[in-house]
Design a protein around this ligand. Sequence first.
Ligand SMILES: NC(=O)c1ccc[n+]([C@@H]2O[C@H](COP(=O)([O-])OP(=O)(O)OC[C@H]3O[C@@H](n4cnc5c(N)ncnc54)[C@H](OP(=O)(O)O)[C@@H]3O)[C@@H](O)[C@H]2O)c1
Length: 470
Amino acid sequence: MRAQIGVIGMAVMGQNLALNIEGKGFPVAVYNRTAERTREFAEGRAKGRRIISTYTLEEFVDALARPRRILIMVKAGAPVDAMLEGLFPLLERGDLVMDGGNSHYADTERRLGEAEERGLLYLGVGISGGEYGALCGPSIMAGGHREGYELVREVFERIAAPGPEGPCCGYFGPGSAGHYVKMVHNGIEYAIMETIAEAYDLMKRGLGMSPDEMAGVFSDWNKRELGGYLFEITERILRYRDPGTGEPLVELILDTAKQKGTGKWSTQAALDLGTPAPTIAMAVFARIISAFKDERAAASGVLSGLDPALGVDRGEFIGRLFGAVYLSVIAAYAQGLRQLRDASAERGYGLELAEVARVWMAGCIIRSVLLVPIRKALLDEPDLPLLFLAEPFRSAWEEYHGDLRWVTCIAREHGIPTPAMDSALAFVDAYRTERLPANLIQAQRDFFGAHTYQRIDREGTFHTDWEAVA
Ligand SMILES: NC(=O)c1ccc[n+]([C@@H]2O[C@H](COP(=O)([O-])OP(=O)(O)OC[C@H]3O[C@@H](n4cnc5c(N)ncnc54)[C@H](OP(=O)(O)O)[C@@H]3O)[C@@H](O)[C@H]2O)c1
């Protein structure tokens, strides 16, 4: 028996993807740098399945039908290069190598070039859905050599999450298109998670609600326009009690959020591109500030704030908090999709944003009922500059911007930080303002640096000697 596909990296993702692929009828060969991990898998979860466990790269490559199709699922960064260095010389023209980890898109561009020089096909594949998704149906975002995608299309379509509009996998374009889309997916994920955390903080500290009471609110929102995986798991987290103490586990968890870098990369890429993604950026900064636990503890005794108790009607506040969260979540998708639109234009990905929305509909962390109208809006207008300009998002802004203003205003009055919600509001307010104060900034730049400016009443480029007496 030769394997139809090979998986390298037998950690959480690799093992579950291998089992998923085999379960859909494709024999799999597996390899891991540390043999012990492969052995454990072979003798445990892989037992009795059409999974060939191999212990050298040569053995692994020999176990694969040609052209070989290899999915690498190792830690992003240097480990991928280390693996490719060993693998590339063993392969033949036309073989396909896929990096399914969270690699930086610039690394993917470089590796794709190296593969091409050897006559190999290469795909950078973003895979979302965590452990469960990998086993039961992830969302798969591929980019690179289209011929390579055709070699694995059937496998991907079988293993991906079944969405309302087809299997949640897609080929998004050449080069690093797949990893770029996955990176921005993670940026949106950061922004939605931060928005949810802010709503939790407002209900907890501001309204004094218990985890069970808050779970009820998230449950309600999850049945409405905000329905989605992150809202669903938030309800479940809030209801979960620590078996040891009987307390809600969430309240026993240290308040420092970790990150693996994709939110940061998404923000860095937005800055490089000159595209506005402030809500995603604020979510990254919020995690960074959360990590300053000791400094925060010290500062809490030095810098005074205000009583966090909001002193408002609970029912009214929660009703209006829905609108604030809803618009902030739309802003997260709007900014991420705008970034993808701009990246596609600059990097030549040829992205179809409606297709991206379709692939995000199931299997991934940001799956949400919102993706149905998002996809429709993008099908109607593929080059839509910003989601808020299309229905039903324009009407949502009309209906709820007052709530977003009110909620963030009250949060500020009581010293509860809501950077994601604040940034979502400021972003749309700036976007919809015809004349911003950037004229003053241009004047300042010209004053101290002779950077010149343009006028609204005359064509041309101007410089003024600002210190000269008028
Ligand atoms: N976990 C998730 O929920 C999730 C979700 C989506 C995407 N991803 C991405 O998928 C990839 C795999 O994630 P994971 O959580 O399964 O594993 P991981 O913890 O990121 O990485 C562990 C794997 O990398 C291998 N590895 C580490 N350094 C290596 C090196 N220098 N040379 C060769 N192999 C090396 C390990 O082999 P040894 O056993 O020999 O150490 C092991 O197989 C990552 O890029 C991750 O960001 C993860």
